[in-house]
Design a protein around this ligand. Structure first.
Ligand SMILES: Cc1cc2nc3c(=O)[nH]c(=O)nc-3n(C[C@H](O)[C@H](O)[C@H](O)COP(=O)(O)OP(=O)(O)OC[C@H]3O[C@@H](n4cnc5c(N)ncnc54)[C@H](O)[C@@H]3O)c2cc1C
Length: 389
């Protein structure tokens, strides 16, 4: 039997359960939060309680121990139901760094607490205002002094920093001019933000075009116990890269969920809305953008599945994860655009949720990696063309 069909069947129950949970959080819930830029605390608590945010944590640490395709099914379904997993999706993949590279003590200390929902690992401090996409040029430093590291610098776009207990931080431990490769000398730390908030750590929210709870964070002689270094000092960039394929695949799955939501809305409205004494969906000018977006997300969905299969088989899936993220983000945007256009003026009315989802799904062509950077990855690492940067 077709393996793809088998796997889809395997997650049908899971998707059904996620959809039931999401039904408790209808459009009004998200609209209200969107207006106040509030955090969906109740939604995140319900997902945590149901164990969904611990999907990828192995059973021995109290998680569900699902493969990546299970986590992808959860996030896709959340988006498909009109909810927004961005409030908590990072917890699913950030913990992978601790799982793969953390010490036995760190795993024992943090993973069961995260799985139980007593600790939130939602903040991921990589991007900085000056370095942007050029991660290895980051300027935040961590200097070892006795049994502590002293951190100075700044991050930007650290999403959910106000709603997380822990942050996974990337900082430079050896100056760039003292390492042979710029990817060396960066280290990864677990920051217990409650311990240092107001004592070297300042968090400042950034108001964005969608409700994303993103922040700037400032480190001013912030102290971290040396035991919170993850893995080997100087190897942190490698650890962050290791987690990126999972992140890209999961974000791609969210985009597929968004695309399905937009398409469902478009089709329903196109059949129902009558203008000139006939459904607007009878006009090919209305049908075609919806059909095109449908074809786009169906193709992107296949790439997400391929990337998941390779990831789960332990095969390098850098190309597929990047392509899945790019194609799914473009497909969700095409579906969003068609949905607004199909709804005419009502596409702009808040109560339809379309303009909210339209704003939300736009992000994924920029974060966690922008389209240009995916294209440059394909050009250089897949097609073997000369490096451009
Ligand atoms: C809402 C939101 C949430 C985010 N959450 C997080 C988070 O939780 N943690 C975190 O660490 N980061 C986060 N980010 C940051 C995100 O990953 C970056 O915004 C993204 O990687 C792009 O970096 P930048 O904004 O610095 O753009 P820049 O690097 O300044 O790039 C600007 C533009 O130039 C293009 N560009 C740059 N260099 C090249 C090149 N060599 N060739 C072609 N084009 C190029 C880019 O593609 C982009 O379109 C978030 C961002 C947003 C907006």
């Amino acid at each position: 039997m077709d393996q793809t069909l088998l796997r889809d069947d395997a997650w049908a129950d899971l998707r059904g359960e996620v959809a039931k949970l999401c039904a408790q959080f209808p459009g009004e819930y998200w609209r209200k939060l969107d207006a106040e830029r509030g955090y969906p605390t109740e939604f995140v608590a319900a997902l945590t309680e149901a164990g969904y945010l611990a999907a990828l944590i192995p059973e021995e640490y109290g998680g569900a121990g699902l493969p990546l395709s299970g986590a992808a099914a959860i996030l896709e379904e959340i988006q498909r139901q009109g909810c927004n997993g961005a409030a908590c999706h990072a917890q699913m993949y950030i913990m992978g760094t601790i799982l793969r590279h953390g010490s036995p003590e760190q795993k024992k200390k943090y993973l069961p607490e995260i799985a139980a929902g007593r600790l939130r690992l939602q903040a991921f401090g990589v991007t900085e205002p000056t370095s942007g996409t050029d991660t290895t040029s980051l300027r935040t430093t961590a200097k070892k002094e006795g049994d502590r590291y002293i951190v100075n610098g700044q991050k930007v776009w650290t999403s959910r920093a106000e709603h997380s207990d822990l942050m996974l931080l990337l900082a430079r431990t050896t100056p760039r001019d003292q390492v042979s490769k710029k990817t060396e000398g960066l280290s990864t730390f677990i920051v217990d933000m409650k311990e240092v908030l107001g004592k070297g750590l300042t968090i400042r929210p950034i108001r964005t075009m969608m409700n994303h709870n993103s922040c700037e964070v400032f480190f001013d002689n912030m102290e971290i116990p040396a035991g919170n270094l993850v893995g080997v000092e100087g190897k942190g960039f490698r650890y962050i890269l290791d987690g990126m394929n999972a992140e890209r695949i999961l974000i791609a799955a969210e985009c597929i969920g968004d695309a399905k939501w937009f398409t469902d809305k478009s089709v329903a409205y196109a059949k129902d809305r009558r203008v000139f004494n006939r459904p607007i969906g009878q006009n090919q000018g209305v049908q075609f953008p919806i059909s095109r977006a449908y074809a786009q997300w169906r193709a992107a969905e296949l790439m997400v599945k391929d990337a998941c299969e390779k990831f789960e088989a332990g095969i390098n899936c850098g190309a597929e994860a990047n392509m899945a993220k790019m194609l799914a983000a473009e497909a969700s945007w095409a579906a969003a655009e068609a949905c607004v256009q199909t709804h005419g003026g009502f596409g702009f009315a808040e109560e339809y949720d379309i303009e909210r989802k339209f704003r939300e799904t736009r992000l994924y062509q920029v974060a966690p990696i922008s389209t240009n950077l995916v294209l440059s990855y394909i050009a250089e690492h897949v097609l073997g063309m000369p490096r451009s940067y």
